[in-house]
Design a protein around this ligand. Structure first.
Ligand code: CTP
Length: 401
């Protein structure tokens, strides 16, 4: 998992967004991290320490003078065991303390005594965020190498709207994973297709497939976490856009083809193209502009099909082709059929889904096929597999890329 063997010291300060941090703590653990919580006294007024204790299975520290800690040195002990400290939510007051090196309670002492990175997720009213004192403190924190997670813009607990709200727990998780991810794709431009396509029969009907888009979206997220700039061309799916990924929604295979060509024509060169979409091989050639009507005793409509362009093959055939990665759903003789398909599409890397029932599931198993043979990525969550795939792609990039 993405956060296996990571020890995170989670510092909770006194803001209403503290209630969302319980979810964040849980998600961190689900990705393999161990989470140790320390709270300020004010934070305990918003969420009880028992909540975090129950979620993490560890004692929650709130007191600088806790006599149960050896030598009474809680601040040193706790921060020495951590790979990172994350403060969420971080109040304006706590940012001010950090910026000025104050250490008048357990959490601020832990922060100043740390020998690991510090990440902070500010959460406050928009006026407090915009206040010159806060902005001065934030600039100082950035200068000191402290990583800012957010804040976000939107509705605030006080009823106002603006910049200052804490990132949602799932975005905090993404940014935390991104912080730890090896930056194997730093500076690379990655273009990804994902999801199904939908080929209309008439204005209300069409032909599609069972692709959920989960694998393609997970790969987009993983590439961005590995340091790439990512554009994601998505067929119809309700999945949320991964953080900091540029998304273009399309419906049909031809729209997907056009969007890919347009992205490749952009002034910034695409380094890597990953075709994860389940593109319809055919479209309905005689689609109707008006809804097809059923007439009593009449004949059912006769659909005619025309072949869609092969997006992956067309990209791979370009003189300025990026490094191309194809996907395949083979039902038998995975390796031989995969190797044939890889050569037919003229791509350096083909990723085969092992087994059929991968559509819509959260886990998967992959076989990577390149000119040297095959490598298996054993069953895992799609997010974790995507992170491994991003590293595998980075390893295979030609040196000039
Ligand atoms: N692909 C594409 N454009 C198409 C069809 C497929 O870009 N019009 C890409 C897919 O995104 C995927 C790979 O090509 O990366 C899959 O190739 P395809 O030949 O469609 O293989 P399968 O779906 O595995 O099935 P089949 O062998 O039955 O064609």
């Amino acid at each position: 998992m993405e956060l296996t063997n990571r020890h995170i010291l989670l510092g909770v300060t006194g803001g209403v967004a503290a209630y969302k941090v319980a979810q964040y703590a849980r998600e961190l653990q689900r990705r393999g991290a161990t989470v140790q919580v320390a709270m300020t006294e004010a934070a305990t007024r918003f969420v009880g320490p028992v909540t975090f204790q129950a979620l993490t299975g560890r004692q929650v520290y709130t007191d600088q003078w806790d006599s149960s800690v050896p030598n009474n040195m809680a601040h040193i002990e706790l921060s020495r065991q951590a790979d990172a400290i994350v403060i969420a939510p971080a109040t304006a007051d706590f940012l001010a303390k950090l910026a000025n090196g104050l250490a008048d309670d357990l959490l601020s002492t832990l922060c100043i005594a740390r020998n690991c990175p510090l990440l902070v997720a500010p959460a406050m009213n928009r006026e407090m965020w915009a206040n010159p004192a806060t902005q001065r403190n934030v600039a100082r924190l950035i200068e000191d190498g402290i990583v800012m997670l957010g804040p976000d813009e939107g509705d605030q607990a006080c009823g106002e709207t603006g910049v200052g709200r804490m990132l949602e727990p799932e975005d905090l998780v993404e940014d935390t994973i991104a912080f730890f991810a090896p930056k194997a794709l730093a500076g690379k431009q990655v273009l990804i297709t994902a999801g199904p396509t939908f080929e209309p029969i008439d204005p209300v009907r069409g032909i599609t497939n069972l692709s959920s888009g989960k694998m393609g979206f997970a790969i987009a997220r993983a590439c961005r976490q590995a340091g790439a700039q990512v554009s994601l061309i998505a067929g119809p799916t309700a999945l949320p856009t991964p953080r900091a990924v540029r998304r273009i929604d399309v419906t049909t295979a031809r729209q997907m083809f056009d969007a890919v060509q347009a992205a490749l024509a952009a002034p910034v060169r695409t380094d890597i193209f990953i075709a994860v979409a389940a593109v319809a091989d055919w479209r309905v050639a005689n689609a109707s502009d008006s809804k097809l009507k059923k007439t009593a005793g009449g004949q059912p409509p006769a659909l005619q099909f025309a072949e869609n362009p092969d997006i992956l093959a067309s990209v791979a055939a370009r003189a300025d082709a990026p490094y191309c990665v194809g996907f395949a759903a083979e039902s038998e003789d995975l390796e031989r059929n995969g190797q044939d398909k890889r050569r037919r599409k003229a791509v350096p890397l083909l990723v085969a889904n092992i087994g059929h029932a991968t559509f819509g599931r959260d886990d998967n198993e992959l076989l990577l096929i390149d000119e040297d043979g095959s490598t298996k990525l054993s069953r895992d969550r799609k997010d974790a597999l995507a992170a491994r795939l991003a590293q595998e792609i980075a390893r295979r990039l030609p040196p000039s890329d």
